[in-house]
Write a protein that binds this ligand. Structure first.
Ligand SMILES: Cc1cc2ncn([C@H]3O[C@H](COP(=O)(O)O)[C@@H](O)[C@H]3O)c2cc1C
Ligand SMILES: O=C(O)c1cccnc1
Length: 346
């Protein structure tokens, strides 16, 4: 494993070979349907073919990793919920009774939780991956959330964990749990989109006017503390454990030439960091949905990305990425299972 924190090198990621696109389009046009009649599902099928570099991509089996971590920034009152909700929700994910578990059962997606940096020791569980970098990121309003060594470790573990998940799945889906992480994500967006702070700060779990002003002021203090703008330093200063590890997971999936379904605002901030570390990683990201969180639309625009769904979700956990997983399976099956019109007409 790479250990020099000053020299994080993303894994090799191949840019997709677009010469395959006309072939994929011709295949889709030849199916037993009017050309283009399946709209954006056809575009998705093309993307999956390019990602796999294969005319018969696979996308039936999706695995969700929920990256969990805490944030010292919560000491500044940035969230309307206490940090203890993070560990409580991890327990709920493991008992199968959260929103994302319910959606994952409905869509046949497997769920594992990654302890990237929850601020409590967690008992072992078969669906819990212990990748803890530290017991919660530091308070970014006062000091860097992570050291460079910790950031390096988080990225590296994310790459490895994604690789292992993809030994048993075709598609990686990412989601997160971490009270305070909409603030961390706002800071990542601010530096890496880049965008003015007020375009990046939103409600998160929900706030009244006073709460939102307190959140914005804490985020402004964190931003004033560091002028970091390279992606590795931004993850260290502001991102924290689960955002840095999710960025690693995006790189890991891309290095394996597999699609990664990116959830809402916080997961997209992690994907943005991954793309700034390795621009080719963007070809492998499928943005699941347009979150209702302020800032998500502008972050997607900065990435040149168009989300699949628009359902007004603003939860996280991977709820949006899990709901989008069947669309990938359907798109791939268009290429692999649907007859050609010429064969039907004889
Ligand atoms: C019960 C509960 C379940 C959640 N599941 C996801 N989040 C979401 O809310 C958090 C981010 O919002 P903020 O920055 O305002 O704390 C993250 O944990 C995110 O995944 C939840 C939040 C709560 C309260
Ligand atoms: O878009 C998201 O993923 C989101 C929005 C608010 C709070 N938690 C997550």
């Amino acid at each position: 494993m790479e250990t020099d924190p000053m020299t994080f090198a993303p894994p090799p990621i191949a840019a997709v070979d677009r010469t395959l696109e006309p072939k994929l389009r011709a295949m889709l046009d030849g199916k037993a349907k009017p050309p283009g009649s399946l709209g954006r599902i056809e575009d998705l099928a093309v993307r999956l073919g390019l990602i796999a570099n294969d005319l018969a991509p696979r996308a039936e089996r999706a695995a969700l990793l929920v990256f969990a971590g805490d944030h010292g920034l919560t000491q500044e009152g940035v969230s309307s919920y206490p940090s203890s909700v993070t560990v409580a929700m991890v327990g709920l994910f493991l008992s199968g009774r959260s929103s994302v578990n319910a959606f994952a059962r409905a869509t046949d997606v497997s769920v594992k939780v990654v302890d990237a940096g929850v601020a409590a020791d967690l008992p072992a569980h078969p669906d819990l991956i212990d990748a803890k970098v530290r017991l919660g990121a530091r308070n970014a309003a006062r000091e860097p959330a992570l050291t460079r060594q910790e950031t390096h470790l988080a990225l590296t573990r994310g790459i490895e964990i994604a690789g292992r998940a993809l030994d048993e799945a075709d598609v990686l889906a990412i989601g997160e749990m971490g009270i305070g992480n909409s603030s961390a994500a706002a800071l990542v967006m601010h530096r890496l989109a880049p965008a003015p702070l007020d375009a990046c700060v939103g409600q998160g779990t929900g706030h009244d006017a006073e709460g939102l002003a307190r959140k914005a002021a804490a985020i402004a203090r964190a931003a004033a503390r560091s002028d970091a703008e390279d992606p590795f330093s931004v993850l260290a200063e502001f991102g924290g454990c689960e955002i840095a590890m999710m960025a690693g997971a995006v790189l890991g999936a891309a290095a394996r030439r597999r699609p990664v379904l990116v959830d809402g605002f916080i997961a997209t901030a992690a994907a943005l960091a991954a793309v700034r570390l390795a621009p080719q990683a963007l070809d492998y990201c499928v943005f699941a949905h347009a979150s209702a969180e302020k800032g998500h639309a502008a972050m997607l625009t900065a990435l040149g990305a168009e989300p699949l769904l628009d359902l007004g979700l603003r939860l996280g956990e991977g709820t949006g990425s899990v709901l989008a997983a069947p669309l990938l399976a359907a798109a791939a099956s268009l290429l692999t299972e649907v007859a050609d019109l010429a064969d039907v007409l004889g």
